[in-house]
Design a protein around this ligand. Sequence first.
Ligand SMILES: [Zn+2]
Length: 219
Amino acid sequence: MTTDRLAPQNRKNLPRQTSWTGPVPYITRWSAERHPPLRLVEKRGGIGYADEKPYDRDTRGVLWSRTPSIPGKGRPQFGEVHTLRQHRAMAELLCQVCGGPADRNAEGVLWLLGEDPHDRTSWPAELLTTHPPLCRPCAAASLRICPHLRQRCVALRVRSFRPVGVRGALYRPGLAAPLPVGAVGVAYGDPRIRWVRAGQLIMRLDDVNVVDPASWADG
Ligand SMILES: [Zn+2]
């Protein structure tokens, strides 16, 4: 398994879940967590920050969004993902809900994906996701709280996985400064990645087995 690691400077901004508890998922962005004004410039045949610091890029040289990590401040922005916590949860296999270790047994790491478990033909050949794994109690609670999820999701044990790219904001060259183009998912080998301000890590899941949530979700 290979995982990207955040620079140590970024890690110190990412406390484990200590100051807040409850149903707000670990990776959810809070309203006070806004990135400061950005000044993007063209550099290295792509984009960079005018006042770039080494920790603005990961070990592959990908530029990441700058978002302060102050979970619990303001209101949770359900449906929006906090960049660094998503990155950390994915890279370190932390539960996307509580931030503790994701569940892992001999069958692999536990993931819940929003796919129809009864229709394997609808699955893409490559299983790519930006959703980090879960621990067993949080996966069970998610299924209990949201019956809809139970109908439309599949629980997976995944033995092999690796980060393959990022989702983020794509830019193109502009006269005064790089111009935003839109949101994209880009693989590490794609030259456009130098023009992306990354927001989420994309994981490729291989060696995947579907498991029946009923066997443990109600326990
Ligand atoms: Zn959890």
